[in-house]
Design a protein around this ligand. Structure first.
Ligand code: SAM
Length: 291
């Protein structure tokens, strides 16, 4: 068994020996806690038949733990300065591949097909850079990538929004997008003392179990998300006012009232009270009416 990369002592030694300076702009907060790493890896339900795709390996703290469990690990890192460090510290693990690149620009479908041909399933496991959490998650979901789980450490507030149920102020278009594609589950809240340098926000680990089928049938996915966006455009306005502003000219008001009635949604309700099923019904009624 190899020495852990993530102990505070080893992390500092690696960083100093390579003269590495953290870049705040790249969201570089490295994990130095074995317990948290075990929780992240445990939540991903990996074994030697599975593959793990890591986004932002840093100096390899999580990558090493993934390699001890999964049959194949691919880690995509944007910072060129970290590539030689990763190659050095992860050298004992032949089933790890380091890819230098921006995850937002990579063709992940092709990468997954090429990297995990021999694996029975692939999960994304990462301590994400917080400045791009939502774009990364949305890319993973909207491209319908063949993933089993997405287990990520993210800002606590963002995790709460992803897992939120209707009715509260955390519930919004992010909750609906995530819950359309996945079943979210909060794994744990993480104190900022487990990172160097310490971020100035609280963190959480969330598991998104990717659904095989969406829980609702929508006629047109793009239009469904359009309706959701429009409904939340001004949170304090009613669903009727938000939809009017986006889809109806003055003379279309009566038609909107009729369509809301057909979808069994009171015009006075606010978007934050509508369930995924209600948004699906609403967008289907609107698109069938020729919107
Ligand atoms: N996994 C390591 C750990 O847990 O100690 C580092 C996590 S750190 C929060 C985020 C990492 O993502 C950094 O190494 C950063 O350079 C990298 N990163 C930032 N933006 C990225 C992007 N667009 N694509 C790939 N990696 C990125």
């Amino acid at each position: 068994r190899m020495e852990d990369i993530s102990t505070p002592k080893r992390t500092k030694e690696i960083i100093q020996r390579h003269g590495f300076a953290f870049k705040k702009s790249l969201g570089q907060n490295f994990l130095i806690d074995q317990n948290i790493l075990s929780k992240i890896v445990g939540a991903a339900e990996l074994d030697e038949t599975k593959g793990a795709l890591e986004i932002g390996p840093g100096i390899g703290a999580l990558t090493q733990k993934l390699a001890e469990t999964a049959g194949k690990v691919t880690a995509v890192e944007i910072d060129q300065r970290l590539i030689p460090i990763l190659k050095e510290v992860l050298e004992p693990y032949p089933h790890i591949r380091i890819v230098h690149g921006d995850v937002l620009k990579l063709d992940l479908r092709t990468l997954i097909e090429a990297e995990y041909a021999g694996q029975s399933g692939v999960s994304v496991v990462a301590n994400l850079p917080y400045y791009v959490t939502t774009p990364i998650i949305m890319k993973l979901l909207e491209e319908h990538l063949p993933l089993e789980n997405i287990v990520v450490m993210i800002q606590k507030e963002v995790a709460e929004r992803m897992a939120a149920a209707p009715g509260g102020k955390e519930y919004g278009s992010l909750s609906i997008a995530v819950q359309y594609y996945c079943e979210p589950e909060l794994v744990c809240i993480v104190p900022h003392t487990v990172f160097i340098p310490q971020p100035n926000v609280d963190s959480a680990v969330i598991r998104l179990k990717v659904r095989k089928e969406p829980p609702v049938a929508v006629d047109d996915e793009a239009f469904f998300f359009d309706v959701v966006q429009a409904s939340f455009a001004q949170r304090r306005k009613t669903i009727s006012n938000n939809l009017k502003a986006r889809f109806f000219a003055k003379e279309g008001r009566e038609e909107l009232e009729r369509l809301l009635q057909e979808a069994e949604i009171l015009p006075s309700r606010r978007a934050e009270t509508l369930s995924l099923h209600e948004f699906a019904r609403l967008s289907n009624v609107l698109i069938r009416a020729g919107l």
